[in-house]
Design a protein around this ligand. Structure first.
Ligand SMILES: *[C@@H]1O[C@H](CO)[C@@H](O)[C@H](O)[C@H]1NC(C)=O
Ligand SMILES: *[C@@H]1O[C@H](CO)[C@@H](O)[C@H](O)[C@H]1NC(C)=O
Ligand SMILES: *[C@@H]1O[C@H](CO)[C@@H](O)[C@H](O)[C@H]1NC(C)=O
Ligand SMILES: *[C@@H]1O[C@H](CO)[C@@H](O)[C@H](O)[C@H]1NC(C)=O
Length: 635
């Protein structure tokens, strides 16, 4: 999931390394005493140590159930105070719809400002896989009676609407039609449109979103007015679109094409890929802004964080979605990974943590040791790309598995560890929005010319409060908030499923407990009623036995609950602890869109039927030395 976070000039927070371990231990102790940690089936909590052999499948089932309970709590609180609304502020209990200026207590009146399903549709497939039947029935009823895109006249983000709402409807369609025992509907179709409901809404929405693609290059404008199907360019960033936004619509549009037999959806989405690839940037790592009218990239800021991230994710996922037949996307992914290694990977100064850095002014500019939490999708996606969803054990037997694959696996494992450290290093056990890293001067880089070169391996992330690894993490004051983002647990989920290493499950469980402890909000009786994003992962305010005071305080909480808490964070947590072997849960049969909506893989067929790749990559242009952006083209 992408959400932009501006990069502020910052004030550095003093390193708190030596205090952190003690505070974590003290806090865990406090939670233990207050009963927060006493969950069914959990006998011991062993912070900081990854592996534990004592857990049987029964305790994983109870952990899965704990995630389900958190979903139920969040959902029911939303349903009580803001049902149908697009935004929910759980502490003030205010809510509003997209495009409305004022936030207010829920009034049930939508006429001037209709809802878009921003939360309900986003949460729906998680409710389905959790088999929350009565809640799914209620959501479906709401979609049938209250969700009408023809009334939405505000400027909606083309990208966010596609991944959240279109993706959510498509996933609901796939799950409800293919797996009728998931949250089975007791009285299906009574005077209603039956299982066509989700697909009808999805096609209507996709059709309206096509208006955004009406540009000279086919690169969509960043917003779309749904009632008129008219695209609107970004008023900031001189009309430029985000690279990731333009290239993270394809899984959804191609699935709509497949379901409807209408090639237009396929062609419009595919054309964007061709336009973005046309300049053939070196290493296939792209600047984060592109002009929809000219097809030229804007600036030379290159990163896998906000505005860059899911371009890379959707390369490999497009390849997997259509039965591993469109090799063009695998080629692009492979080129990107090599480009990332060569130009963006470095290691931290004290402990050899692998860092996915940024080049903020082109490939010749200095590396900035900065990782948005958003980049933590990458380790899981590398693992997925390596095995195509199979287990490592199986993939290693393939004749194409070799040294490069083992090296990429180490890269995934090390990046996963760096992301986990972002959680481990703070007193709340939660990662900040952005983390900076101490690098060598000059920073080390991947040696692509030495075939025997071995990637540095990181030191153990020990619980010792003085451990040098802590000094490598540098959290700036502007970046201390946590929006309950999913990317690290998303990667833990892939790493667990693919490698089978139980430490990833343990890390996820530890992370989940930190979310429970620090993002919960409480009613006057000290009962947990919901969850909210928080202001600071570094500020540990403990007050009262039940933690109520911090919970209620707006200085500690941001008073917001994003749809992706339901759609992604809780879904990946749940699946991390889930041993269900149904097809909808089989990484070789599905792809998750970037909002964690579950879409089936399908075969485009070998005979060049309706669906086939409609473009080829251009030759790399010969660069003119010294021209603007030259460094991007040099090879
Ligand atoms: C879209 O909404 C605008 C503003 O409410 C309204 O003026 C216009 O008539 C609507 N258009 C359509 C096609 O519904
Ligand atoms: C979901 O719950 C229903 C009862 O509400 C049950 O009949 C069904 O088997 C459950 N499905 C799964 C997949 O557990
Ligand atoms: C890369 O490896 C080669 C061959 O061992 C060596 O000559 C070269 O100095 C190395 N480059 C860097 C940047 O370390
Ligand atoms: C970091 O990696 C380098 C090169 O692989 C190695 O020489 C060094 O000892 C490592 N440092 C630590 C702290 O592990």
């Amino acid at each position: 999931m992408y959400k932009d976070k501006p990069n502020h000039p910052t004030t550095r927070l003093k390193n708190q390394g030596n205090k952190i371990g003690a505070v974590i231990l003290a806090f865990i102790g406090l939670l233990w005493l207050t009963g927060i940690l006493r969950l069914p089936g959990l006998e011991t909590l062993n912070p900081g140590s990854g592996l534990s052999s004592s857990h049987n499948s029964r305790s994983w089932a109870s952990r899965k159930e704990a995630v389900r309970q958190a979903f139920i709590t969040s959902w029911d609180y939303y349903a009580e105070h803001a049902w149908g609304m697009d935004e929910f502020h759980p502490i003030s209990q205010n809510s509003k719809n997209m495009g409305c200026k004022e936030s207010s207590k829920h009034s049930g009146m939508f006429s001037s400002c209709p809802p878009t399903g921003w939360i309900i549709v986003d949460a729906l497939d998680t409710a389905m896989i959790m088999n929350l039947t009565s809640r799914v029935v209620k959501a479906r009823e709401w979609i049938s009676t209250s969700l009408d895109f023809s009334k939405v006249d505000s400027e909606m983000s083309t990208f966010e609407t596609t991944i959240r709402v279109l993706g959510g409807l498509l996933s609901a369609h796939y799950l409800s039609t293919t797996f009728p025992n998931l949250a089975p509907l007791p009285d299906d179709d009574v005077g209603a449109k039956g299982e066509d409901l989700y697909i009808e809404k999805a096609v209507d929405l996709a059709d309206r979103l096509l208006g955004a693609y009406d540009t000279a290059t086919g690169i969509p404008l960043s917003s779309c007015i749904l009632n008129t199907s008219i695209g609107v360019g970004d008023r900031g960033n001189s009309g430029a679109a985000s690279t990731a936004e333009a290239t993270t619509l394809q899984l959804e549009m191609k699935y709509v094409a497949k379901l409807t037999g209408e090639p237009l959806f396929w062609e419009r989405a595919e054309r964007v890929m061709e336009a973005v690839d046309a300049p053939r940037h070196v290493g296939n790592i792209l600047p984060i802004f592109i002009d929809p009218n000219t097809g030229e990239f804007r600036g030379e800021n290159i990163r896998l964080g906000s505005r860059g991230d899911s371009y890379y994710e959707y390369l490999i996922k497009q390849y997997l979605q259509t039965g591993s037949r469109e090799s063009i996307y695998l080629d692009m992914w492979d080129e990107s990974i090599e480009g990332i290694k060569k130009h963006l990977i470095t290691w931290s100064k004290h402990s050899n943590l692998t860092i996915l850095a940024e080049r903020q002014s082109g490939l010749d500019s200095e590396l900035t040791g900065k990782m948005d939490h958003l980049v933590c999708f990458l380790p899981g996606t590398i693992a997925l790309a390596l095995t195509h969803g199979a287990t490592l054990e199986v993939a290693r037997k393939s004749p194409t598995w070799g040294k490069k694959q083992e090296q990429d696996l180490i890269l995934a494992e090390e990046l996963m560890k760096t992301c986990w450290g972002m959680y481990l290093v703070t007193p709340t056990g939660l990662a900040p929005e952005i983390t900076y890293f101490k690098l060598d001067n000059p920073p080390r880089s991947w040696n692509t010319s030495d075939p025997d070169w071995e990637m540095p391996r990181s030191a153990e992330l020990t619980s010792d409060p003085e451990a040098p690894w802590r000094q490598d993490y540098d959290i700036h004051l502007n970046d201390v908030h946590n929006l309950q983002r999913p990317e690290t647990v998303e990667s833990l989920f892939y790493m667990w499923r693919i490698t089978g290493d139980i430490k990833y499950r343990e890390w996820g469980w530890q992370m989940f407990q930190s979310f429970l402890a620090h993002t919960a909000i409480y009613d006057d009786n000290g009962k947990v009623v919901g969850y909210s994003s928080i202001e600071s992962v570094n500020k540990l305010v403990t007050a009262g036995g039940t933690n109520r005071l911090i919970a209620g305080s707006k200085t500690a909480k941001r008073d917001n609950m994003e749809g992706f808490w339901f759609a992604e964070t809780l879904k990946y947590m749940y699946l991390l602890f889930d041993d269900d072997t149904s097809d909808w849960n089989d990484l070789e049969k599905i792809v998750f869109n970037t909002e964690a909506h579950i879409l089936p893989r399908f075969d485009i067929g070998s005979e060049g039927k309706v669906w086939k790749t409609g473009w080829t990559r251009k030759e790399r242009p010969i660069p003119k030395p010294g021209e603007r952006g030259d460094s991007l083209f040099r090879w």
